[in-house]
Design a protein around this ligand. Structure first.
Ligand code: FPP
Length: 246
């Protein structure tokens, strides 16, 4: 395999994806393989997040959205849920100053339902430090589920409709988009999923209608910047083939 610098040099800077979404799967299997706890798998996974965020800045990506905790993850053991939420919050608190220094804008997207008010307040309080930045937009999908997102969008939309904010015939795709958590975020061009599962698992289901999908057998804690750039290179190959076929 080529090294990171060589891979970066091969990128076509004029056809970078604007937005990459990542389903970080395989922390549990990595833990099993390495004879350690699932929580240690998630911790190692947080290290891979750091590497991928750094690579995104180096590549000049505009939007990176990572699936950190889904609305379905509440079904895991109390211990794992607690550990995962604590890891995400601690990582945010530890890293926010460095993220901010690197001109990154950090935003959490997901449902406020089920998260305690104090978690929610801490998230906003920390993320806010980065909101005047202009570099990479890092979206952390937390308590996120695509169907739940659509449910909440419909609730707000119907509520606005009932106070005559718009007429039924004004409802179109762009109006619906405005009610999603991803209002003002472009659709992902490329979705990456690790650990060999070939599913979207309720991630950005409205937004990914035209996304290119890229899968790898690598377990998330082992995912690295070389593979990340390789995914972008493969995406660029697909783009070129698409152009040639027209
Ligand atoms: C999937 O692996 C991964 C998750 C449910 C959590 C992802 C979270 C992190 C990588 C932690 C760090 C995040 C941030 C934002 C700092 P799995 O547990 O489903 O793995 P398995 O399918 O092998 O069991």
């Amino acid at each position: 395999m080529m090294n990171y610098k060589e891979l970066i040099a091969k990128l076509d800077r004029n056809s970078l994806p604007n937005h990459i979404g990542v389903i970080m799967d395989g922390n549990g299997r990595w833990a099993k393989k390495n004879n350690t706890t699932r929580l240690n798998g998630h911790k190692k996974g947080a290290g891979a997040v750091r590497e991928i965020v750094e690579a995104s800045v180096e590549v000049g990506l505009e939007y990176l959205t990572i699936y950190a905790f889904s609305t379905e993850n509440w079904r895991r053991s109390k211990q794992e849920v607690h550990g995962l939420l604590k890891l995400i919050m601690n990582t945010l608190m530890q890293e926010i100053d460095e993220l901010t220094k690197n001109n990154i804008v950090v935003k959490f997207i997901g449902s406020p339902k089920g998260l305690s008010q104090s978690y929610y307040d801490q998230i906003v309080e920390n993320c806010r430090k980065s909101w005047n930045n202009t570099g990479l937009n890092l979206n952390v999908a937390m308590n996120y589920g695509g169907r739940q997102e659509i449910v909440e969008a419909v609730q707000k939309l119907v509520s606005d409709y009932s106070i005559n904010k718009f007429q039924a015939e004004d409802i179109d795709r762009s109006l619906i988009q405005k009610y999603l958590y991803t209002d003002n975020i472009p659709d992902p061009d490329l979705l990456i999923r690790t650990s060999g599962e070939l599913r979207l698992s309720n991630f950005l289901i409205w937004q990914s209608a035209y996304s290119e999908l890229w899968f790898t057998e690598t377990l998330w804690p082992d995912f690295n910047r070389q593979e990340f750039v390789q995914a972008i290179l493969d995406y660029q190959m697909r783009q070129r083939r698409f152009g040639a076929a027209k």
